[in-house]
Design a protein around this ligand. Structure first.
Ligand SMILES: Cc1ncc(COP(=O)(O)O)c(C=O)c1O
Length: 361
């Protein structure tokens, strides 16, 4: 649906190339593709990922530390089974990614909402609310959903807290590849000298979500424990797409695809920003962050964002209300609008005028 969050540009998925890579693998008649997969993931893919993470995210790790999973929540589930006990406590960004919130709560983790401001999660507040928490789940590159980046002093403070308490930090780096201005920010994991950070990445944003492949980098000290969990509960991920994905990265297609998508998204983001500015500046004020795949537009008047999102939904437009991403009550009203599938300036103008009409009706 128009404005849907979190979906990559479906018209730009390199589907012909993908078909070729899959077919090439099938033609190899490798019986390894037919047997039960390694629950840690395809070794070739893990090696390719270790290379990519070193170059692109500043993360020094080897293939043994990487586990391929069926999505971010699968990575979280693995972390809970391996490192936490029922009733353990975790900091959770407020506002934050509700899918992860549901998953952690279902796993018996007690979540303490910690406010996010212009500098990302407020670490001092976290320490005062839940000093002894066993874990913190954060999105340091582009906070989900506000898009702000965690400042360097806060990154250091967060790592210091985790060291002091021997707590874990889960770094969800879901769309870090998409930054449109400034220098790329290295991952929080790249500053982790004592092995407190678990780094979670996904292919849902950089390729397509139907692939259902993601990954987790665990500290060297925890490789054996995670291996034990996997040997009991791990089913592994389908072998064929993993092997094709390894080829996609190793043959240089991934780097080229990311470069292309960065330019495309910068353009599409501009289309939407200009259309909103022209038609809806009396109602919405766009906060343009350095990266991400959606825009956050704050409500400038007294209107309730939930009400606006409902009206938009009635017109077939999938904008989301910022306030619904909070666990506690909030007066911070805004709308989240995905721009990745807006293909032209004309499309943006047409969709924003439909939105305006839905608000006015
Ligand atoms: C904040 C955040 N983290 C992670 C993910 C990735 O989830 P998955 O790997 O299940 O597609 C998403 C997808 O929407 C997300 O919004």
């Amino acid at each position: 649906m128009p404005f849907q969050l979190g979906s990559p540009a479906l018209d730009a998925v390199p589907i012909r190339l993908w078909r070729r890579l899959i077919t090439r693998r099938l033609k190899m008649s490798d019986t390894g593709l037919l047997s039960y997969p390694d629950p840690r993931g395809d070794l070739g893919l893990r090696q390719a990922l270790a290379g990519y993470l070193g170059v692109s995210r500043g993360i020094a790790c080897d293939a043994d530390q990487i586990i391929v999973t069926a999505g971010y929540c699968d990575s979280l589930s693995l972390i809970c089974r391996t490192l936490l006990r029922q009733g353990d406590e975790s900091w959770f960004e407020e506002p934050g990614y509700f899918q992860a919130r549901y998953m952690l709560e279902a796993a018996g983790v007690v979540l303490t909402p910690i406010d996010v401001d212009d500098g990302g999660i407020n670490v001092d507040l976290g320490r005062s609310k839940a000093e002894r928490a066993q874990m913190a789940v954060v999105t340091p590159t582009h906070q989900s959903p506000t898009g702000v980046s965690l400042t360097l002093p806060r990154r250091q403070a967060l790592l210091e807290w985790a060291n002091d308490n021997e707590s874990w930090i889960v770094e969800d780096d879901y769309d870090s590849e998409y930054r449109y201005r400034g220098r790329p920010i290295p991952a929080l994991k790249s500053l982790d000298r004592t092995g407190r950070v678990l780094y979670a990445g996904t292919f849902s944003k950089v390729l397509f979500p139907g692939l259902r492949l993601a990954y987790l980098v665990v500290p060297p000290s925890e490789v054996v424990r995670f291996g034990e969990t996997l040997s009991r509960y791990g089913h592994g991920c389908p072998q064929l797409p993993q092997a094709a994905l390894a080829d996609f990265i190793r043959d240089g297609h991934f780097a080229r695809h990311l470069k292309r998508m960065r330019a495309l998204y910068a353009q599409r983001r501009g289309y939407l920003q200009r259309a909103l500015q022209t038609a809806l500046s009396d109602r919405l004020s766009v906060e343009l962050q350095a990266g991400g795949m959606h825009l956050l537009a704050r409500c400038v008047g007294e209107e309730r964002d939930v009400e606006l999102a409902e009206r938009a939904k009635g017109a077939g437009l999938k904008v989301e209300a910022l306030s619904t991403w909070f666990a506690d009550d909030t007066d911070r009203a805004g709308l989240l609008l995905g721009f990745t599938n807006i293909a032209s300036e004309e499309d943006a103008i047409r969709l924003v005028s439909e939105l305006k009409r839905a608000f006015d009706d």
